[in-house]
Design a protein around this ligand. Structure first.
Ligand code: DXP
Ligand SMILES: NCC(=O)COP(=O)(O)O
Length: 242
């Protein structure tokens, strides 16, 4: 079984386009949770183009008292971001190496060059009590280096998996994700995954053993527009529950 964490960035994006509070981010998180979803993910970016720091606080206040529901906050570990994490204390914090002007996440951390940068940050996260996770490309060598750090989990960046889904090379790509996931688990790391996962491509991904959590936003919100939120939540949970 894999936990589904619904990324609500796109709800905030729609809200911000009008400058009022519709759609309400906490309200939509609540709708997903009412359907049985056990995780909410947000990725506050420095320019607050979608999720704001206040959204993060409001979601923290809403989710904290709920039994068995997790808040995952993703982001670049700037001082600002780390202070927000220390204030909200989410269940999980996923570090992503995004530049402020990036349209979306497009690569994982490189432990060859960034292990020294990440070491004190991971120690700081551990002191906060949040589970630490690092966004990583599906590369066995990176996994081995990550296992030497203080991170609890890795999140495999699944854009390549999704992009090649209908291409002949997909079996090879899928095998690389599987190898990275198995190596991580062998070395004691938990494995999450996300980016461009969808109703179409998720079922095959979760055949990889031991995937603990998938965070899904962009495709899932679009699918909600097409099929309705309850139906989409039910279909994802069916896939995740195996
Ligand atoms: C780390 C990751 O893959 C997601 O957080 C993704 O970057 C979503 O962020 P946007 O919604 O800003 O594209
Ligand atoms: N960590 C991935 C995530 O939260 C959502 O990514 P996407 O489904 O919006 O591509």
């Amino acid at each position: 079984m894999t936990e589904l964490s619904v990324n609500v960035n796109k709800i905030a994006l729609l809200r911000n386009s009008r400058g009022h509070d519709t759609p309400n981010v906490v309200g939509f998180a609540k709708k997903f949770i009412e359907q049985g979803v056990k995780g909410i993910t947000i990725h506050p970016r420095q320019d607050e183009r979608h999720i704001t720091r206040q959204d993060a606080r409001d979601l923290g206040d809403y989710i904290r008292p709920l039994n068995g529901v997790e808040l995952n906050i993703e982001g670049y570990p700037s001082e600002d971001f780390l202070q927000l994490i220390e204030e909200i204390k989410p269940d999980q914090t996923t570090l992503v190496p995004d530049a402020p002007d990036q349209i979306t996440s497009d690569h994982g951390f490189d432990f060859h060059t960034q292990a020294e940068f990440l070491d004190p940050i991971l120690a700081r996260l551990k002191a906060t009590g949040t589970r630490a996770c690092v966004f990583l490309d599906p590369d066995v060598e990176q996994v081995r280096l990550a296992a030497q750090s203080k991170t609890d989990r890795i999140e495999l960046y699944t854009e390549e998996y999704a992009r090649t889904y209908h291409q002949p090379i997909h079996q090879e790509v899928h095998a690389r994700y599987k190898q990275a996931a198995i190596e991580a688990q062998k070395l004691g790391l938990g494995v999450n995954a996300g980016h461009d996962l969808s109703l179409e491509n998720l079922a095959k991904f979760v055949t990889i053993p031991g995937i603990l959590e998938v965070s899904i936003g962009h495709a899932l919100i679009v699918e909600c527009l097409e099929f309705g939120l309850p139906s989409v939540a039910r279909r994802y949970l069916h896939i995740c529950n195996g």
